[in-house]
Design a protein around this ligand. Structure first.
Ligand code: ZN
Length: 238
């Protein structure tokens, strides 16, 4: 007999590989799970399309694997943050080449993006009485975004908890693992069915390519996001 699940979580869900693994993990651990996504003028709205497909399929996949012992997937909160595009000048929101900037960061970096996302998530969570936020931030082999680091999120956790006068937790299950370990976690959580769903229906490619299917999923195969995903896949398969 499985112990009944308890508690609730709000997962930052983009439709990519990382946030899909985080959502699968949350469904396996919490009785009630909601998702939040942000439309901030991404250059490729494909992300927003695939997230609907994943949301529709993931609960069934996880329920089959865990014999029904999964949390319920509740509301999906989609927030319009077009202001973020106005104040950013980056490769994800405009036709700018992906390259390293003078600050040593890739031009895909939207300054402070995760701080904004988590603050909005905490505000939505407060109203929904959900104080556990889950995000796929990772400081291991990501691109060095300073707002993905655990140190930043620890500080934000304190700021949000004080600012809302309620204990807010930011869970980052992928923080210290690499992409190969993320594939391994997906397989551990949901077996081949979850891995197959990630390959077929999640989107990571910065260029929005859905025409080339590889063993690891769709993408151009050349951008930094595709390379990370492909290299992680290759390493996991070994
Ligand atoms: Zn790509």
């Amino acid at each position: 007999m499985n112990t009944p699940l308890s508690g609730s979580a709000l997962v930052l869900f983009s439709g990519g590989q990382d946030s899909t693994v985080c959502l699968a993990r949350a469904l396996a651990r919490y009785a009630h799970v909601e998702t939040i996504g942000f439309d901030y003028g991404q250059r490729h709205a494909i992300e927003l399309e695939v997230r609907k497909t994943v949301l529709a399929q993931l609960p069934t996949v996880m329920s089959d694997v865990l014999s029904g012992s999964v949390g319920t997937l509740g509301n999906d909160h989609m927030l319009q943050l077009s202001t973020l595009a106005e104040i950013s000048d980056t490769a994800l929101t405009r036709e700018v080449e992906i390259e390293m900037t003078d600050a040593g960061l890739p031009s895909t970096f939207v300054p402070g993006r995760n701080i904004l996302f988590l603050t909005y998530a905490a505000a939505v969570g407060y109203r929904r009485k959900i104080t556990t936020l889950v995000g796929g931030m990772c400081e291991t082999d990501y691109s060095g975004y300073p707002d993905c680091r655990r140190e930043t999120l620890d500080a934000l956790e304190i700021a949000l908890s004080k600012g809302m006068d309620t204990p807010v937790t930011i869970e980052t299950p992928l923080m210290y693992i690499d992409k190969a370990q993320t594939w391994a976690m997906a397989h551990e959580l949901g077996g081949d069915a979850l891995v197959d769903l990630i390959i077929a229906d999640t989107h990571t490619c910065y260029l929005g390519d859905r025409s080339n299917r590889h063993a690891w999923g769709y993408g151009c195969g050349e951008c930094p996001a595709c390379k990370l995903r492909a290299n992680g896949w290759a390493k996991w398969k070994v």
